[in-house]
Design a protein around this ligand. Structure first.
Ligand code: ADP
Length: 472
């Protein structure tokens, strides 16, 4: 009997091994393209890089097994150019496409095209993507699944009068969001009727310009909130677990700057409650792959679903550090149909991890981008430091893409130790002459509220004494 079960297990293992892709195309650039190449090399998978004319000197082009130029510098001509990417995939005869984050990673139309071309899209299937296609649909799907959602409009806002009616019902402050929004863009916080009236038309016009649809909706703006997200990992057979939370409350313009795990704000009871809700939400959309359930957490412990990110996140390394799990490898494995071998009670959290995003931006000048050539570069190293970056000395940060230069990840046996490690790593970092967010991170490491773990999404106001531009 034992022998029979043993043989069956070996047979299953052999089938699963043989299902592993032999070659995949990476439809992305920068550090995430490199991160995927690293995982593929360790899994024995050949890689195809695609790149824009502006990225010809990039490391993902150099380190992939094959590389194809797919168009001009602007994302529309290259990393968002579906026909060019699919042609590259067909020419190089890949079995799968990894979309990374941003660009086409949450585009269900792209996922459908991959499916119809018999190329595996490494992500959830287009059906579950459609159930979460825009922020309003996602809210409705999660409300039906029994998750708490922030009070807000149930349909898109038609005009000023409609907006006023909703605002008086949910009470100020409110936040206006683009239904198809992302990346923290197009959000406006309003504290009164005057500001609301003056914001509606601009918000609709901005949403149309940035996301191709003028649809906007409104939510109650939760003050003194934290951004807490749960990492989801799911196979194709309905086995879904979470790998704990990340606290991403330190943000500029609603975009993350520093992430840490575990969150200093959660005890085991709240962690279980939020983790269970995250898994319930992922089950409701039959989620597959890696994903992130984002919540807003109030000081009193109430939490609300914000959105499900249907892709790998920038900040995934903090979870990898404390869980000892390679998320990209698992993302690829479950895309081949491999079963998840980890159960929820086997997920062990070890120590604490912090990630600082080093961006080519001027934090003393409203974070304006500071692209340009890196003349001098030295990355920190030593125990418990991980650097994810595509930059090198002589590399030019392009104005066409996001401004991230590197992610520094420090892992300690507890939060205090992780902070000490991060501090010394930031002291070792040299990037010149472009302006970066490194100095701001050094200030954060010495900030009393941060050291006490008291961070909210308005944290930077404590450092700069100013409101973010969307909060006039
Ligand atoms: P995006 O998809 O553009 O990143 P999110 O909906 O994830 O937008 O929100 C980004 C950030 O905006 C959150 O992390 C939080 O800081 C802030 N935010 C969003 N909704 C609310 C809300 N209802 N109350 C308070 N802050 C919010």
């Amino acid at each position: 009997m034992a022998l029979a079960i043993g043989c069956q297990t070996i047979a299953l293992w052999l089938i699963e091994r043989s299902m592993m892709f032999s070659k995949i195309l990476i439809a992305n650039r920068g550090e995430i393209a490199l991160r995927i190449i690293r995982a593929c090399k360790e899994l024995g998978i050949r890689t195809v890089a695609v790149y824009s004319e502006a990225d010809k000197d990039s490391l993902h082009v150099r380190f992939a097994d094959e590389a194809l130029c797919i168009g001009g510098a602007s994302p529309a001509n290259s990393y968002l150019n579906i026909p060019a990417i699919i042609s590259a995939a067909e020419i190089t005869d890949v079995e799968a496409i990894h979309p990374g984050y941003g660009f086409l990673s949450e585009n269900s139309h792209f996922a459908e095209i991959c499916e119809s071309c018999k190329i595996t899209f490494i992500g959830p299937n287009s059906e579950s993507m459609n159930m979460m296609a825009d922020k309003m649909t996602a809210r409705e799907t999660m409300r039906k699944a029994g998750l708490p959602i922030v009070p807000g409009s149930q349909t898109t806002v038609k005009d000023k009068n409609d907006a006023l009616k909703i605002a008086h019902k949910i009470k100020y402050p409110i936040i206006i969001k683009a239904s198809l929004g992302g990346g923290g863009r197009g959000m406006r916080v309003c504290h009164n009727d005057v500001r609301l009236i003056s914001s509606i038309m601009t918000a609709q016009a901005e949403a149309e310009a940035a996301f191709g649809s003028p649809d906007i909706y409104m939510e109650k703006y939760v003050t003194n909130a934290r951004h807490i997200e749960f990492q989801i990992l799911a196979d194709s057979y309905g086995h879904i677990i979470h790998l704990g939370e990340r606290d991403c409350s330190i943000q500029r313009r609603h975009q993350k700057l520093l992430e840490e795990a575990p969150s200093p704000a959660l005890d085991n009871r709240l962690r279980k409650k939020m983790g269970d809700a995250a898994v319930r939400g992922a089950k409701a959309v039959k989620y597959r792959g890696v994903g992130t359930m984002e919540f807003i957490l109030e000081e009193n412990g109430s939490f609300y679903f914000m959105e499900l990110n249907k892709r790998i996140q920038v900040e995934h390394p903090v979870t990898e550090s404390i869980c000892g799990i390679d998320l990209i490898k698992w993302q690829i494995r479950v895309a081949t149909g491999e079963r998840l071998t980890i159960n929820q009670d086997e997920v062990k959290i070890s120590g604490a991890s912090i990630e600082c995003r080093i961006n080519a931006e001027d934090p003393d000048n409203n974070f304006i981008p500071s692209p340009g050539k890196i003349e001098e570069l030295h990355f920190p190293a030593g125990p418990n430091i991980r650097i994810d970056s595509h930059a090198y000395q002589g590399y030019t940060i392009s104005p066409y893409y996001d401004s991230m230069i590197a992610k520094i990840i420090a892992h300690g046996k507890n939060r205090d130790e992780a902070i000490k490690i991060m501090k010394r790593a930031l002291d070792e970092l040299i990037i010149a002459p472009i302006k970066t967010t490194a100095g701001l991170h050094r200030k954060i490491m010495d900030n009393k509220l941060f050291l006490e773990g008291k961070v909210y999404t308005n944290f930077l106001e404590n450092i700069y004494g100013t409101k973010s531009e969307s909060e006039e």
